[in-house]
Design a protein. Structure first.
Length: 87
């Protein structure tokens, strides 16, 4: 499990088309974050980095077993929140 030069939040922001990291917190960005997550290999980032991203984006402090679980949780959360926005 090696860490990339660019951290996970920066990668997500870039791939989701966000100019600023704070835009990741905007629920209108969630569909693009979900799409970006499909192209990210969970093991490329550390578990603490995934947990930090989950907290930064969702404001939910979650402890995950591994990076795969963390990536799936964040992806599911983005899709779940998008579902509720559309209603």
């Amino acid at each position: 499990m090696g860490k990339q030069n660019e951290d996970l939040l920066d990668t997500l922001a870039k791939q989701a088309g966000c100019t600023y990291l704070s835009e990741l917190r905007d629920r209108s960005a969630y569909p693009m974050i979900a799409k970006a997550l499909k192209h990210i290999q969970p093991e490329r980032y550390s578990l603490p980095e995934w947990e930090e991203a989950i907290y930064y984006i969702t404001k939910e402090r979650e402890k995950m077993a591994d990076t795969l679980q963390a990536a799936k949780y964040l992806s599911d959360k983005m899709k779940e929140d998008v579902f509720f926005i559309k209603k």
